[in-house]
Design a protein around this ligand. Structure first.
Ligand code: GAP
Length: 457
């Protein structure tokens, strides 16, 4: 039986142990925005490192990029975001709460998605109006559905009084930065089609109803890779990446039964295929990552709007074409929530109930904690500090002399630290310490000289 922890359980642990804080909390919060605390940022860095390793370091033909968050505004006209990047919004006429019409429709047992026209979605909404209540006040008095553009505007570089007439935009997805640098990367490196460009970075969307904690945020982070292929090879490359991306999560330690495929049937006109990898969150199976076959739409659009030549000439055959694109796109924050959910456990150890994050070693924010057995024995504290100082440069380590040993173990279990080292009186005479393993609770004596090997993986 699958035992998924509730969102409240995860949220409470993440707050209590310094993983995630509500954004601007001391000012009462700021909807759709969160801050990552000391252990959160370590976990985020490890998630990004795992993705970068799989996508860039272990691949021969993928290179990295870090493009700007703000671009020339024309980028978002070319991409179609200014004209069509919207979600269907409906307003409660009683309390003025705005909701996603497609989500309300889904909750009423019918189907709608953000790709439908406003007429189509109004027709579906009218069909279920009677069954839908406002999530805030419970009344059933809604406006018509209208499309709401999700791009976040900015006045960067615009000093006119009404800058909203010609705004710049915070990027709504990171991949547009990849398309507009396609030529730069081709001209300055030795890549040849098929090749990919990978990028991790912030994206912004004016989500109508950010919800489910860090699942749907207004400021979030994406890890995207665009693979540029020969037109006729796109679907083969697409299938390769579908296999690789699912395997990636299994390699990270996710259970197979917590992952599933979802195929999009309602495709935008230029897309040839779109599948999501869904994860079993506490609120059901939901999109974690999207894998899309996008044809040459993006490069062709940017070529048209910018005037740049974004074609590729095969160096062997001299064949000239616009590459087609396979995209893999996953949110850092969604991965973070999936990781917390997947590795959260409650078990009994030594007759005591405990909460433990069974993170794989590579994801654990802290790899090893070092304790002196007693805080009030200077010789133990000094020796423990010496052990800690010797490890901390190579292995992410933490020194802890607060509370009794039991409490320290519980704290480290709750942040998912794989190993705890205790320095005791024997250490002073025989140079060994106790190493306790997180999941089994097993303890063994290890020579200080062998510690890096044992706790460094
Ligand atoms: N370039 C394609 C693209 O952006 P998407 O399905 O809109 O496609 C890709 O987003 C991924 O980004 C999603 O699978 C999800 O993991 C993440 N994502 C999208 N919107 C998000 C939001 N509001 N908050 C957190 N993550 C989000």
């Amino acid at each position: 039986m699958v035992n998924t922890p509730s969102l409240e359980t995860i949220t409470a642990l993440a707050k209590r142990r310094g993983f995630v804080y509500q954004g601007s909390e001391i000012y009462g919060g700021f909807v759709g925005v969160y801050d990552y605390g000391p252990y959160g940022v370590e976990l985020i860095n490890n998630i990004k490192e795992a993705w970068w390793r799989a996508m860039v370091r272990e691949e021969d033909n993928i290179v990295g990029l870090d493009s700007a968050i703000v671009t020339q505004p024309k980028v978002w006209e070319a991409s179609g975001h200014v004209g069509g990047f919207s979600d269907p919004l409906v307003e409660c006429k009683e309390c003025h709460t705005r909701s996603r019409a497609d989500h309300l429709i889904e909750g009423a047992g019918a189907f709608a998605d953000e790709k439908m026209s406003v007429e189509e979605i109004n027709a579906v909404f009218d069909g279920v109006r009677e069954k839908v209540s406002c999530p805030q006040c419970g009344k059933k008095n809604f406006s018509v559905v209208r499309q709401f553009n999700l791009l976040v505007q900015s006045n960067l570089g615009n000093f006119s009084e009404d800058w909203t007439k010609e705004p710049t935009y915070l990027r709504g997805e990171t991949c547009q930065g990849i398309y507009i640098n396609f030529k730069n990367v081709m001209d300055t490196t030795r890549v040849r089609v098929p090749f990919g460009i990978a990028q991790i970075g912030k994206a912004f969307r004016n989500e109508i109803a950010p919800r489910q904690y860090i699942f749907r945020k207004r400021e979030f982070e994406q890890m995207e890779m665009q693979m540029f292929t020969r037109p006729e090879a796109m679907m083969e490359v697409y299938e390769e990446w579908r296999t690789k991306r699912m395997q990636y999560y299994l390699n990270l330690g996710f259970k197979k039964e917590n992952l599933q495929w979802h195929q999009h049937e309602n495709l935008v006109f230029y897309a040839k295929a779109a599948w999501d990898i869904e994860y079993r969150f506490s609120f059901g199976f939901k999109e974690l990552e999207g894998i899309h076959a996008r044809s040459d739409y993006d490069l062709s659009q940017h070529a048209k709007f910018s005037g740049a030549d974004l074609s590729y000439t095969d160096p062997v055959t001299s064949e000239k074409y616009t590459p087609h694109v396979v995209e893999t796109s996953v949110g850092v924050d969604r991965t973070f929530l999936a990781v917390l959910t997947e590795f959260y456990a409650e078990d009994e150890l030594g007759g005591e109930l405990r909460t433990v994050l069974r993170f794989p070693y590579r994801l654990a924010p802290i790899k090893v904690a070092v304790f002196p057995l007693l805080k009030n024995k200077p010789e133990l504290v000094a020796k423990a500090r010496e052990v800690y100082n010797a490890l901390k440069g190579d292995i992410r380590a933490e020194f802890d002399d607060n509370g009794n040993i039991g409490k320290r173990y519980r704290r480290q279990d709750e942040i998912g630290t794989p190993y705890c080292i205790t320095v005791d009186f024997d250490t002073l005479t025989d140079g060994t310490v106790t190493v306790r393993e997180r999941d089994s609770g097993e303890q063994k004596r290890v020579a200080i000289s062998a510690l890096k090997e044992v706790v460094g993986k």
